[in-house]
Design a protein around this ligand. Structure first.
Ligand SMILES: [Zn+2]
Ligand SMILES: [Zn+2]
Length: 286
């Protein structure tokens, strides 16, 4: 299996996960104008996607749903509660097929299997373990802390996408309103670099092939700070990268063959770049 972040920040979040047979999108917070070009940069079109998983109803995760749903009749998977909130608060231009996850039951979506678990955010939010092709990926973002069960269950992951939202010291000096700062630093806000690092340490990832840090604040964090913090808590042989904020990153399977970053200004034919040439603009790795 492999995955690719299309955008990762407070502006818009969306990540593609696929194996040989099935392609799913986790969230679609993309602006209308970005959906087609961002998918294109990942070598995909909306027609390639089989289903959409929704983590929660914040705009940076669902804004583009109605636009992408005009392209194809996707099933949208989430919990019953999140689906209820989404259908109450969000207006689609087309009819939508919702599928609710059963509690504690794994969901088969094509050849991928999805397990969901609750996170701690100011609205109901879920994370995932996605299995396919004998590999497992953990996905955890928009949470005030990492739940205990993740620490145990994530030990054997092959890939991990985890939030590293802000640097606490930068955040305390932030110009954001006080109530926003309080919320984001609290138990139903976002995972700080420090919390992310401690979670990585506790997980003791044994055979992980790649950790990608996501949802970095564009104002109160930097890829270099987030990565150097996470690296301190992670075995040096595990590749580590941060997802770029408003542009697609490279596919995770690039890291299997090479962990070398491509120069920022490397000329890349995006269409050609489908699977083999990494697009490393704004993509940082250690
Ligand atoms: Zn978010
Ligand atoms: Zn959120």
């Amino acid at each position: 299996m492999r995955f690719c972040s299309l955008s990762s920040c407070s502006y818009a979040n969306s990540v593609v996960v696929q194996d040989n047979n099935t392609c799913i999108l986790i969230d679609c917070g993309l602006k209308k104008r970005d959906i087609k070009p961002f998918l294109d940069q990942a070598g995909l079109s909306a027609g390639d996607i089989d289903a959409i998983l929704v983590t929660h109803i914040h705009t940076d995760h669902v804004y583009g749903l109605k636009y992408i749903c005009q392209e194809k009749d996707f099933p949208i998977y989430s919990t019953e509660n999140i689906i209820k909130k989404l259908s109450e608060n969000y207006r689609f231009n087309t009819s939508v097929k919702y599928i609710a996850f059963d509690k504690y039951v794994k969901k088969k979506i094509g050849s991928l299997t999805v397990t969901h678990f609750k996170l701690s955010h100011d609205v109901e939010t879920i994370g995932f373990i996605i299995s396919g092709g004998g590999e497992q990926m953990g996905f955890i973002t928009d949470t005030g802390y990492v739940p205990e069960n993740c620490v145990d269950e994530f030990q054997s992951l092959d890939y991990l996408y985890i939030e590293s939202n802000h640097d606490v010291n930068m955040y305390k000096k932030s110009s954001k309103p006080r109530h926003v700062i309080r919320r984001n630093l609290g138990p139903t806000g976002h995972l700080s670099n420090e919390q992310c690092g401690l979670a990585l340490q506790s997980m003791g990832l044994k055979k992980c092939k790649l950790v990608v840090l996501g949802h970095l604040s564009e104002d109160d964090n930097s890829p270099a700070i987030a990565i150097s913090n996470a690296r301190r808590h992670l075995s040096p042989d595990i590749p580590l990268a941060s997802a770029p904020s408003r542009t697609p990153g490279i596919w995770s399977d690039h890291f299997k063959s090479s962990n070398q970053p491509v120069p920022y200004n490397s000329p890349v034919n995006l269409r050609q770049a489908r699977h083999d040439i990494p697009r490393a603009r704004e993509y940082h790795n250690s």
